[in-house]
Design a protein around this ligand. Structure first.
Ligand SMILES: C[S@@+](CC[C@H](N)C(=O)[O-])C[C@H]1O[C@@H](n2cnc3c(N)ncnc32)[C@H](O)[C@@H]1O
Length: 281
């Protein structure tokens, strides 16, 4: 069942109208031959964002195709928490003034680039390295960075999580310490994926969803390895989106490393665990 809102988006897109222009028209003025194929695709559970080729996130439109996860509203909370922490990295007395330092971030599992690009657009002296294992996803991220005018402060590289930042990496690409590592990694337990709605399990990239048996494969790697790549002064931070049931396990993982302070779980609007934040000691 397609919601009226989605139907309006699809019909307006097919006819080259805004939603407001569409609503102002009479039904008999609309050429069904133009929009019916889009409604048929949606009826087969193809997500509206893939059909129209974009998805709004943080008030910006992001280009999407089947190689990337469709940006989710809950990920805006992750962006919000990073933005809130920004002043920690600015030299005292220069908040809001001309940037005097570069704040370096890595967005691990960048996908469409929605996190990296939104942060680059909102935080003027930030440079972001977006890492993804999917070359196809990175092409979309690059297009988005260009579209939003921040390609000069976003760089996208293929890699396996934080491997490109380690001294052991065969083609080591990155050497500097990072002020912030942010990630919305795949975190859905493998067997849960089959229970998800068809729009997700049949259309979105499996490698963007599957977090292994307990969903924590990538989160575990990030929590264990991030302190090796975060700056000590000012203390670097790790920000992760997590599954609603993963808060206690993620806190335990972070505490076991003994390398973090200020470990916090932030709940989303539904009162569910959603974001993990911590500073390196
Ligand atoms: C949940 S999606 C997040 C995409 C985007 N950051 C967002 O929030 O919409 C996870 C991303 O991690 C990428 N990924 C999966 N395994 C990876 C790995 N080993 N190293 C780097 N990225 C990986 C996927 O290709 C996917 O783009």
């Amino acid at each position: 069942m397609i919601s009226r809102f989605e139907k309006e988006i699809l019909v307006a897109h097919a006819l080259g109208l805004t939603r407001a222009q569409l609503i102002a028209k009479r039904t008999d003025e609309l050429d069904a031959a133009l929009y019916q194929p889009l409604l048929d695709r949606r009826a087969k559970h193809e997500p509206t964002a893939y059909i129209v080729g974009y998805q709004p996130f943080w008030g910006l439109d992001f280009i999407v195709d089947r190689s990337v996860l469709i940006p989710r509203p809950e990920t805006e909370l992750l962006v919000e928490k990073v933005i809130e922490s920004y002043s920690h990295y600015l030299p005292a007395g220069r908040h809001g003034a001309l940037p005097v330092t570069r704040i370096s971030m890595a967005d691990i599992g960048t996908g469409s680039g929605c996190i990296a690009i939104t942060l680059a657009k909102n935080l003027p002296n930030v440079t972001v390295i977006g890492v993804d294992s999917s070359k196809e996803a990175l092409k979309i991220a690059q297009k988005n960075a260009e579209y939003h005018g921040v390609a000069d402060r976003c760089r996208f590289i293929t890699g396996d999580m934080l491997e490109e930042f380690t001294t052991k990496a065969p083609r080591r690409q990155e050497t500097q310490k990072l002020d912030i590592i942010v990630s919305n990694p795949p975190y859905i337990p493998t067997e849960v994926i089959e229970t998800l709605e068809p729009e997700v399990k049949d259309w979105e990239p499996r490698q963007a969803l599957d977090g292994g048996k307990d969903g924590l494969n990538y989160i575990r790697k990030l929590i264990v390895n991030a302190p090796n790549h975060l700056s000590i002064y000012p203390s670097g931070s790790l920000f992760l989106e997590i599954g609603f049931h993963q808060g206690p396990a993620v806190i335990e993982l972070a505490e076991q490393t003994g390398r973090y302070s200020d470990i916090k779980i932030v709940k989303d609007l539904n009162g569910q665990d959603r974001i993990f934040t911590a500073r390196v000691k």
